[in-house]
Design a protein around this ligand. Structure first.
Ligand SMILES: NC(=O)c1ccc[n+]([C@@H]2O[C@H](COP(=O)([O-])OP(=O)(O)OC[C@H]3O[C@@H](n4cnc5c(N)ncnc54)[C@H](O)[C@@H]3O)[C@@H](O)[C@H]2O)c1
Length: 256
């Protein structure tokens, strides 16, 4: 929803995975505060729904199809987000897949599943950052927020691929923060706890969900907006001295 406060007016934002969940909530919030938002993902229909929500709130944006595991697709999507002036101010890398509930100790972990986690969650984030950072470095300013997970900070039994990929996202964040801090670009990760989105809604029994929720000291699942609010803060001037951080937004999940 559009607000009277428009801190992102005149800014261009690019959001992968912007058709659903956390990415959509971040897209709608940033657009409501004045950013021109490009949402990127694999499904035209959901991306268009996000744009409809943005427009209904008085904001503006566009949808581009993009597979973050495909370098050319990412390059093209980032270029579309930057527009003819080739400027990008904000990027939120939210595209990702989870390991589902097929929990396996590492020796039994499916290799194809591991490769998929790395290709989308880790390499996809790398590719997105690569093209986003090139533009931001040229401009001398910018903010990138990667959507990590509690598994960016701690291990989870049976979840080797996702844990490795999300730890990798934290590593990319720290490396890029060092590479680009001197160029005015900040790079951070939100380490989200369990969030009610399509990612966790499918294929999980009530028992599994209850057990997952019980691991969060606040005793509940988050709404996507709660993660988006932290993302928007990390994109804003209010976090101007924060870079290279992996910020838990997890209901206390990583405390113990
Ligand atoms: N929901 C949770 O509990 C939770 C917890 C921690 C971290 N996360 C992370 O949050 C991020 C967003 O997930 P979400 O919970 O909003 O779920 P979601 O499924 O709604 O969002 C993920 C989005 O990524 C897109 N996507 C998947 N593969 C893609 C690809 N190859 N190219 C482009 N887009 C692709 C999907 O289409 C979807 O729109 C993910 O990186 C996820 O790992 C989620």
């Amino acid at each position: 929803m559009s607000t009277d406060i428009q801190p992102f007016a005149g800014r261009r934002a690019f959001i992968t995975g912007g058709g659903t969940g956390i990415g959509r909530a971040a897209a709608v919030t940033l657009a409501g505060q004045g950013a021109f938002v490009t949402v990127a993902g694999r499904t035209e229909a959901t991306l268009q729904e996000t744009i409809e929500q943005i427009c209904a709130g008085g904001g503006d944006g566009q949808a581009v199809l993009c597979d973050v595991s495909d370098e050319q697709s990412v390059a093209d999507a980032v270029a579309a987000a930057a527009g003819e002036n080739e400027e990008l101010d904000i990027a939120v890398n939210s595209a990702g897949v989870s390991g589902g509930d097929a929990l396996r100790p590492l020796a039994d972990y499916d290799t194809a599943q591991f490769d998929r986690m790395i290709a989308i969650d880790l390499r996809g984030t790398f590719l997105s950052m690569k093209y986003e950072l090139a533009l931001m470095a040229g401009k001398g300013s910018g903010a990138i927020v990667n959507v990590g997970s509690g598994t960016s900070l701690v291990g989870v039994p049976g979840f080797a691929g996702y844990v490795a990929a999300k730890h990798g996202v934290a590593g990319l964040t720290k490396a890029a923060a060092l590479d680009y801090g001197g160029m005015g670009v900040r790079v951070n990760t939100v380490a989200a706890g369990l969030v009610e989105t399509p990612l966790v809604a499918t294929g999980r029994s009530p028992e599994v969900m209850a057990a997952r929720i019980a691991q969060h000291p606040l005793g509940r699942i988050a709404q996507a907006q709660e993660i988006a609010d932290a993302i928007v803060w990390l994109c804003s001037e209010q976090s101007s001295f924060v870079t290279g951080a992996v910020v838990p937004v997890d209901g206390g999940y990583t405390v113990h």
